[in-house]
Design a protein. Structure first.
Lengths: 1073, 477
């Protein structure tokens, strides 16, 4: 809504001001806005779009005759000026032409006429003039002056015959400044302390305390992340998670330490190019990699590189320059003096960033250049593992090459292998479980001869069939976060060396088609027990776990963070899992330590534990199999198609027991094999040589440990500088058009030129220029944007466009004074402190709106809704649920089921974080760009697919539904009511005491009599209802993960929860006054 | 108490009805120059910013049956016998030189004829693939445009372009524009509703929520996705243990408290907040009522092939009619699964099973209720597919020519418009761009696309882009 109001004001200002303008029209204030909107499109800087050879944005051009001999402007003589004749013309000759839909008002026409009559004086555009330090105006009445800001503001007010308001009351002021600076409410203790502090500098000390708090850093970070379009996912297509949060923590730390803005600028744009760049600086350079990227197959890399590059130009331009240089991607800017060449010259600064058009979202090469951020201990452990692993590999290789004992050559082994394979000795025997149960509530159903519907991918298409299950176990019903399956097998008489688990994909499973939730399955541990009649159960141990992945599939499906050995390592915090495995049924073969002999009566009890932190990463469909051979290879299973046969007893077997490559190799003469096949046979001979088994296992264990450690180390996308790619101007933005010249990096021509002594200018040169005194835009842009945070509107209200289509500042001298103050040391906290300690900021927001409906002159403060993250923050804070943890990986609050259903690659459901991480500040919410958390989206948080420097503020029924019914807010209301009972007291009149406590905490004030009686009525009615329906009361209290005390009076707590819920829904709570 | 509340709510005016304070004033004023321009349009009032409307509207609402993934025009609406004769032969380079190609980059390009037969249907004799007999049966109500073209060749940007007329994110989608321009008709449902169904073929490219975003317009204009699992509208269901009466009581108390505060604040946003809580409460009744299909007679369910609650395209088509009846301005149904890089022959059979009958049923049903005249139905996806083969009998993404079907809402009946070349490669006769399509849609709604603009970053942002689109007058009745 604010955006609309701003636009509204543009219209009013354009008309209203001119109509009421008694003095001479000036170019910047009166003429440029009209011309920019109505004339420059065809008579401005864009040479190609220019009509009739007439250019009006530059005076020298406008006062000379056109090719057709017309005089656009004759200074002092409107009657001889073509532009005046044309704007007053009727019919076809009128300017702007009807087709432009930009009719001028009479007042606008008259203004132009007067301006020409008075000599048609031009002015340079304000934003491009050097920043000077204007003199601070003297104000006669110093009683409401706290710093120079007030002098500028009150000087203008006086000229308009208006007066500043008095200071807001202390409660309002405390709440306002705390919300603005920290995004949180003042606590009850804060309120008490501040009200009691009567010292003259009480407020200033409060401000200093707030500014040094991590909460201030979090609030600043939240806003900065919008600008730099920080997200936790890629943004295009599969929208998978990107490692970005360490960058967010860099920003947090930078604000916490109040790092100067010039340093922050250099580190983010060019941290990697700084001499002896520190880890922190290289983390900062992730800024360049925060653009959306795509992993969609079939994309044209060149097209996407063009998109990524253009995004970087738009972002730098909006964040630092307050300009819309992005408009010049296809043509010279229509309104501002940016040329298309300037756009591409800006893009060229970033041409050295190592990147690809298709940015992989999985595997070792995912996300391109990354920086690992190990602790010292991790670094040392990794080095030790690397050494050990190399040694273990060497031992295996040497043994394989020289010490094959007994000495049989490979050919002989191969013959033996072939014989065993052909004889079916490597076969897997599918098991039909005789029992299957889930310990935490799910239902397991066994399908053997019984038909079951399956939906699976085959050859790129989804197929549906209904076939006997062949021992398939299917989970349904309750879907707990953690689940343990206990399966009983009765394999019959035999000797077994391995047990296999096939995880069966099905379209009905939301978690990558494997799991009942999340985006993968995670099998924490597999256990097995042998039960002979009349004997105690014997626990079996495993020595090896192998999955049915052969190169090159290994890289696509196997993820070192969830290796197969993790399922038998005795640790519940590690797991075997798979996330990307479209159309594949992974099969893990687990080798018993000792051969297993079964009789007809023996049962085998297999326990599958899913105990990971990720919720519902629980396998949905699976089969079990046994193999008599210790080295039978896990069978390849694309879903739906498998080579099965039945053995003599009618049981289904999987005859292969070898990898596809190895089988293919064995089917043909050794001489005909290709490299892949030769390797497959050799690898399998090593794998299946009993004398090498221990050495092989050592390697596997070390690789697993290394993979787990390595993937536990945080990493972040980073900037790596390579030889710059040539950057061409793309005519009309067409990435396929190579006809235009190559450009070198340069700042926009009209703003000057960099002196790089003939060297190609770098990102560091750009960063240095952005924060140099020669650049008039950065400081103005920054202080204007910052001003908006504290007044709801900028001094120039179009935050992302200080150009001619933007708006001249209401207080140009103040804007420049603040900009020059900022440029002294680039001290952000100083600027914020100046603003919030001014009288202007401290004014009451209750003011007469008539003389200045939009309050642009700031005769009083403004009132506006707080930002999306802060809506969540204050509700959790008031209820006592909010975590005060700073930084770390992004977290996932509970999300409605099915919210991500339209995503794919992988198919997924969000899986909420655990414990404290459920109650973190909104800032830390995983920023899923294509499906931002609905409660953030509802309150206008941007998706950050694109740089956003000013959020809109809307007011919708979806917000009401969110605050009323979102489970987290119902839980917050309940927790709030619990605290109220504990803190507010239960002695009669308990309601009053509790209500007072609730109001104090949420609204920092006492309830009025009227409010009390409204809520008392609600309480009484609900008390009665819940007394008649205690089950309903318990249900109402049951949501969320914070425990409900056992001895609680559910009826009273439920009734009180309806009161806290009402308070948490008040407009006042989410409004900063 | 609850009765009182309902009465109280009926008495009140709702947002969009002119009582929402500053919001509406601001919206109307947003037009800026328009307000002073003195339009020649007949005074057709509206509830949106285009007030009065620029033209007498022919359509009041739009139902966009969005076939996501890129349906093959060569297996739906664009019969190319000459291509059939060239199957297996190299694609003449004269067609493809210098053109964008997606996954077929660097590969040999081979002609691949239609995999199914076509035949003329209805009195108009429009030729449609035999797999779509139901659509064939209503083809006399429709106008098939065979000369669409677009600019983006990958799904995500192509969706963004089709929906917002721009590849830069942050631009409003067409539904948002329509709602913004015309305002809402219903006061108890969102004005722009999105429904997504999955196909049974599994070619399911992701669809970002950005496709129905309001962009830089206020978020009240964004599309609201109705879900087939969980809450149909997010957070529409009362917390467990809270009855409707209790919810009503709570909202009444909240609003009463807000009123108390307003006596000292006089905050226009507070009035809006109160109205929004009332609207939220109304939605809590109207949405379940909308979804409750138990009142639909069996023959209607059968006509659509809808099984209520299954989230299928068929059920969504029936839901679309119910939404249209209740005054929802823009209803967009995404049906996923048209990305047939392989085996287009069999996959399109699946798609036909899913969409043919319900599409025809929707048009028939609208007609028999007298609603087709003022409901514009559009059927199409983000691009078409290549006349060249890919992999195992598949087709790649294709942007130079594809088909859309229009019906109702002032569209000419029984007309085929535009054509691709003999091989179905490029739109050569009466090409229709995405912006042209948008301009035509807005025109039928009574809006001049060239005038519907919002200033953003110094530009007048329009659905039809900087260059604008041309209304395709030939297809308007």
């Amino acid at each position: 809504m604010r955006q609309l109001l701003c636009l509204l004001a543009v219209c009013i200002a354009a008309v209203g001001e001119v109509a009421a303008q008694p003095d001479r029209p000036t170019f910047n204030r009166d003429i440029r806005p009209i011309m920019s909107d109505t004339c420059f499109r065809c008579h401005g800087p864009d040479r190609i779009a220019r009509k009739a050879d007439m250019r009006l944005d530059i005076r020298e051009e406008a006062i000379k005759p056109t090719r057709a001999g017309r005089m656009p402007i004759v200074p002092g003589d409107p009657d001889k000026s073509e532009i005046v004749a044309r704007i007053f013309a009727e019919g076809a000759r009128v300017m702007p032409p009807r087709s432009a839909h930009k009719d001028l008002t009479h007042a606008q026409k008259d203004t132009i006429r007067r301006w020409v009559a008075e000599g048609a004086a031009y002015e340079g555009h304000w934003a491009y003039q050097p920043v000077t330090r204007p003199a601070v105006p003297a104000v006669a009445d110093a009683s409401r002056i706290r710093n120079p800001i007030d002098q500028f503001i009150q000087d203008r007010l006086r000229r308009e015959e208006l007066a500043p308001s008095s200071e807001a009351d202390k409660r309002t002021l405390l709440r306002r400044v705390t919300l603005d600076v920290t995004g949180l409410l003042p606590t009850t203790a804060d309120t008490r302390a501040f009200l009691a502090d009567t010292a003259p500098d009480a407020y200033e000390r409060l401000v200093d305390r707030l500014l040094s708090s991590p909460r201030y850093a979090e609030q600043r970070t939240m806003r900065w992340l919008d600008a730099v379009r920080y997200g936790d996912t890629a943004g295009f297509h599969g929208d998978n998670p990107i490692p970005a949060w360490p960058y967010r923590d860099y920003v947090l730390q930078a604000f916490l330490k109040n790092r100067p803005f010039d340093e922050m600028t250099r580190e983010q744009i060019a941290g990697d190019l700084l001499p002896n760049a520190t880890v922190e600086q290289r983390v900062a350079s992730a800024y360049n990699r925060l653009n959306r990227t795509s992993a969609e197959g079939g994309l044209q890399p060149k097209e996407y590189l063009a998109k990524y590059g253009a995004d970087r130009v738009r972002t730098v331009s909006a964040v630092w320059l307050g300009s819309t240089l992005g408009c010049a991607e296809c043509h010279d800017h229509r309104f501002d003096p940016f040329l298309a060449k300037d756009f591409y010259a800006m893009k060229a600064f970033f041409a050295d960033i190592q990147e690809t058009g298709l940015v992989p979202d999985r595997g070792a090469r995912a996300w391109g250049a990354k920086l690992a951020l190990p602790t010292e201990a991790q670094r040392a452990a990794l080095a030790a593992l690397d050494t050990n692993l190399a040694a273990a590999r060497l031992r295996l290789e040497e043994a394989a090459a020289t010490k094959a004992v007994p000495p049989i050559d490979d050919a002989a082994r191969e013959v033996a292998l072939n014989a065993r394979w052909q004889a079916g000795q490597l076969a897997w025997t599918w098991q039909r479980p005789i029992g299957a149960r889930a310990l935490n509530g799910a239902t397991l159903t066994i399908y053997d001869k019984e038909p079951i519907d399956s939906n699976f991918y085959l050859d790129g298409s989804l197929k549906t069939d209904t076939k006997p299950g062949d021992g398939l176990v299917v989970a349904s019903g309750m879907n707990p976060d953690r689940e343990t399956y206990v399966i009983t097998l009765k394999p019959g008489a035999g000797a077994w060396r391995q047990i296999g688990l096939e995880v069966v994909q099905d379209e009905s499973l939301p978690g990558a088609r494997y799991a009942r939730g999340a985006d993968r399955f995670l099998l924490s541990e597999v256990e097995a027990e042998l039960v002979e009649r009349g004997q105690p159960a014997r626990r079996l141990s495993f020595v090896m776990a192998t999955v049915n992945d052969a190169p090159p599939a290994v890289s696509a499906i196997n993820d070192p963070s969830m290796p197969p050995l993790a399922a038998i390592d005795g640790k519940l915090n590690t797991a075997w899992g798979i996330r990307f495995g479209e159309a594949r049924n992974p099969f893990v073969a687990l080798r018993f330590a000792d051969a297993l002999h079964t009789t007809a009566d023996t049962t085998l009890v297999v326990t599958l534990r899913h105990d990971s932190e990720l919720r519902r990463a629980v396998i949905g469909r699976f089969r079990l199999a046994l193999a008599a051979d210790a080295f039978a290879w896990p069978p390849t299973g694309t879903s739906g198609s498998r080579a099965r046969s039945r053995d003599e007893s009618g049981r289904t077997t999987w005859a292969s027991g070898l990898s596809e490559d190895a089988m293919r190799a064995l089917r043909r003469p050794a001489d005909d094999r290709d490299e892949v096949e030769r390797t497959a046979v050799r690898d399998y001979l090593i794998f299946s040589n009993p004398d090498l088994a221990d050495l092989y296992r050592d390697v596997e264990i070390l690789e697993t440990e290394r993979g787990l450690l390595d993937s536990s180390i945080p990493s972040v996308v980073t900037t790596v500088s390579i030889d710059p790619m040539p950057t061409r101007i793309l005519p009309r933005g067409n990435w396929m058009d190579d006809s235009a010249p190559i450009v070198e990096p340069a700042i926009p021509r009209f703003l000057g030129a960099l002196d790089t002594r003939g060297e190609r200018a770098t990102r560091l040169d750009l960063a240095n220029w952005l924060v140099s005194r020669d650049n008039p835009l950065t400081a103005r842009t920054f202080v204007n944007r910052t001003w908006r945070e504290f007044f709801g509107i900028g001094l120039s209200k179009v935050i992302d466009d200080l150009g001619s289509q933007g708006e001249g500042p209401t207080h140009p001298e103040l804007l420049d004074w603040l900009a020059s103050e900022f440029m002294q040391k680039w001290d952000i906290r100083h600027v914020v402190r100046l603003i919030v300690t001014s009288h202007t900021y401290r004014q009451s927001s209750l003011g007469d709106t008539k003389p200045d409906p939009e309050n642009r002159l700031l005769a009083h403060q403004n009132r506006f809704r707080i930002d999306a993250e802060n809506v969540r923050d204050v509700i959790l804070q008031a209820s006592g649920l909010l975590s005060d943890k700073v930084g770390g990986p992004s977290v996932s609050p509970v999300e409605p089921p099915g919210y991500l259903a339209a995503l794919n690659f992988p198919k997924r459901e969000s899986s909420a974080s655990r414990g404290e991480d459920l109650y973190r500040r909104g800032l830390y919410t995983t920023w899923q760009r294509t499906y931002l958390h609905p409660s953030l989206l509802n309150f206008d948080a941007p998706t950050r697919e694109e740089c956003t420097v000013s959020r809109s503020i809307s007011n919708t029924p979806l917000q009401a539904l969110d605050l009323l019914n979102d489970p987290i807010y119902v839980e917050a209301a309940r927790a709030f009511a619990q605290h109220a009972a504990a803190q507010g007291g239960t002695r009669p009149p308990a309601f009053d005491a509790q209500l007072a406590w609730v109001f104090d905490r949420a609204l920092n004030r006492a309830p009025t009599m009227e409010e009390r009686s409204i809520l008392q009525r609600l309480y009484d009615r609900n008390l009665k209802r819940f007394a008649a329906d205690t089950a309903g009361a318990r249900e109402f209290l049951s949501g969320g993960e914070t425990p409900l005390p056992a001895n609680v009076n559910a009826v009273r707590l439920a009734a009180m929860t309806t009161i806290t819920r009402a308070v948490l829904n008040l407009h006042e709570l989410i409004t900063r006054n | 108490m609850y009765e009182n509340f309902v009465r109280e709510m009926s008495r009140r005016a709702f947002l969009g009805r002119g009582a929402a304070g500053l919001g509406v004033v601001a919206l109307n004023s947003l037009l800026g120059p328009r307000a002073f321009a003195g339009t020649q349009a007949p005074a057709m009032p509206s509830r949106g910013v285009v007030n009065p409307l620029d033209f007498a509207p022919k359509a009041k609402r739009v139902i966009f049956l969005y076939q996501a993934g890129g349906p093959s025009h060569l297996e739906t609406f664009d019969y190319k016998p000459k291509l059939a004769g060239m199957t297996g032969k190299p694609m003449p380079e004269s067609f493809t030189r210098g053109q964008q190609i997606a996954q077929l980059q660097g590969q040999r390009l081979t002609c691949f004829g239609p995999t199914h037969g076509f035949k003329p249907f209805g009195k108009s004799g429009q030729v449609v693939c035999e797999l779509f007999p139901h659509i064939g049966s209503i083809v006399d109500e429709t106008c098939i445009v065979r000369s669409m073209w677009t600019e983006q060749i990958n799904h995500d940007p192509a969706h963004t372009f089709m929906n917002s007329g721009s590849i830069i994110t942050g631009r409003p989608s067409m539904g948002s524009w329509a709602l913004y321009g015309l305002g809402a008709e219903a006061d108890n449902l969102p004005g722009f509703v999105v429904l997504v169904s999955q196909g049974n073929g599994g070619q399911m490219q992701p669809i970002a929520a950005r496709q129905w975003s309001a962009g830089m317009l206020p978020s009240k204009f964004q599309g609201v996705r109705f879900n087939s699992v969980g809450d149909p509208v997010l957070y529409i269901t009362n917390p467990p243990g809270i009855s409707r009466d209790m919810q009503g009581d709570s909202i009444q108390a909240i609003n009463a408290l807000n009123e108390v505060a307003n006596r000292s604040l006089h905050d226009p946003e507070l009035h809006t907040r109160i109205a929004q809580y009332e609207m939220a409460f109304k939605m809590q009744t109207s949405v379940p009522g909308l979804l409750d299909m138990s009142q639909e007679p069996p023959h209607i369910l059968e006509m659509y092939g809808a099984k209520p609650g299954d989230g299928s395209f068929a059920s969504n088509c029936l839901l679309a009619r119910r939404l249209a009846e209740r005054g929802v301005r823009f209803i967009q149904l995404y049906h996923r699964d048209w990305d047939h890089h392989s085996d287009v022959r069999n996959n399109v059979v699946l798609k036909a099973q899913e969409v043919d009958k319900p599409t025809a049923a929707l048009i028939t049903d609208l007609k028999q209720r007298g609603m087709l005249d003022d409901t514009l139905v559009i059927w199409g996806g983000e691009f078409g597919r290549t006349p060249m083969s890919q992999g195992r009998g598949g087709r790649d993404h294709h942007i130079k020519g594809f088909s859309f079907m229009f019906a109702g809402g002032g569209i000419k009946k029984g007309l085929s418009y535009g054509a691709t070349d003999d091989l179905g490669y490029a739109a050569v006769e009466n090409p229709v761009s995405v912006h042209d399509c948008h301009a035509t849609m807005l025109h039928l709604l009574g809006i001049d696309a060239a005038k519907l603009a919002v200033k953003y970053q110094g530009l007048d942002v329009r659905l039809t882009g900087a260059q604008g689109g041309a209304v395709v007058r030939d297809i308007i009745a």
